[in-house]
Design a protein around this ligand. Structure first.
Ligand SMILES: *[C@@H]1O[C@H](CO)[C@@H](O)[C@H](O)[C@H]1NC(C)=O
Length: 286
């Protein structure tokens, strides 16, 4: 959902920074951009239209344990970096984000437009003189941090979109231990909400090449009721599924209580005893 700069604007914030040139927010919820600076809390995603006044300083903040992702609509961040500076923190003395100081995941989407990520929940954007003639649309999203890995024999990347993070655990463990490995890194075993998400994950860590990967779905609490445990969502009629033919087992009190993809089930979902050791996929969503 795109909110066109309709979020909180606390113009007075800048007085304490001493930059001046502050225009108060308007009652009609329209931000005073680009004529001036302001503070914006990024709930989810916002887009700000240029041109930008070089005297304006925009201050962005999102949820404390999240980071900010900056991109350009219909363009590439690296083509507009001469128009603006994104400071990695709440002041112009914080370092400027550069393409070359971003983490490069081996498995993130290739050839995707550049996105610049902060290291904390705060950023300041300043503009150069040339931004006054640019019609770039700056997109700012709430995102999760995405490390290169979450321990030995793991691999992470932004394999579905720009704001979430997925990690594969290549060491095999039972379902419960894999759940904890994800939680240790503030992640959860994956939930496949739709085909797009699963295809993004399997394009990176395919089920067809041998090893199988646990997801968060289990019917261990009540046989026959499959639950995405990471979101405590019951799998209902009409929800996205990708079961292997004849799966899951409908035998009463069967022992195959945890869902995975891969192995003998190929790119499909199969059910196995939760005590068996398999690889796993963790995810973090903004
Ligand atoms: C599919 O799931 C992803 C990941 O959770 C979500 O971001 C996306 O909006 C979903 N797409 C559709 C078409 O529902």
């Amino acid at each position: 959902m795109v909110k066109y700069v309709a979020l909180c604007v606390f113009a007075l914030t800048f007085v304490s920074f001493g930059y001046g040139n502050v225009v108060p927010s308007r009652a009609d919820n329209q931000l005073a951009f680009p004529s001036c600076g302001g503070y914006i809390f990024v709930d989810d995603e916002i887009v700000i239209d240029g041109p930008f006044n070089q005297d304006c300083i925009l201050q962005f903040e999102t949820q404390e344990d999240r980071i900010l992702a900056f991109s350009v609509i219909d363009g590439d961040m690296k083509d507009v970096l001469h128009l603006l500076n994104i400071h990695d923190g709440f002041g112009i003395d914080f370092p400027i984000l550069k393409v070359e100081n971003q983490i490069t995941h081996e498995v993130s989407q290739k050839n995707a437009p550049i996105v610049l990520y902060t290291t904390s929940s705060e950023a300041i954007v300043t503009f150069t003189k040339r931004a006054a003639n640019s019609n770039m649309k700056l997109k700012i999203q709430k995102a999760v941090d995405c490390p290169l890995g979450i321990g030995d024999n793991t691999q992470c990347g932004r394999v579905v979109d720009d704001v979430s993070c997925y990690c594969a655990i290549f060491t095999t463990r039972n379902f419960y231990d894999q759940t904890m490995i994800c939680l240790d890194s503030k992640m959860k075993l994956v939930v496949f909400e739709n085909r797009t998400e699963e295809e993004g994950v399997q394009a990176t860590w395919p089920g067809t090449v041998g090893p199988a990967y646990y997801t968060s779905m289990t019917d261990s609490r009540r046989d026959g009721t499959w639950v995405w445990e990471s979101t405590m969502t019951v799998l209902s009629a009409g929800d996205y599924t990708n079961w292997f033919p004849g799966r899951p087992s409908y035998v009463a009190n069967n022992a195959e209580d945890c869902m995975l993809y891969g192995g003998s089930y190929l790119q499909f979902w199969g059910d196995v005893p939760c005590a068996n050791g398999y690889r796993a996929i963790c995810e973090a969503q903004p």
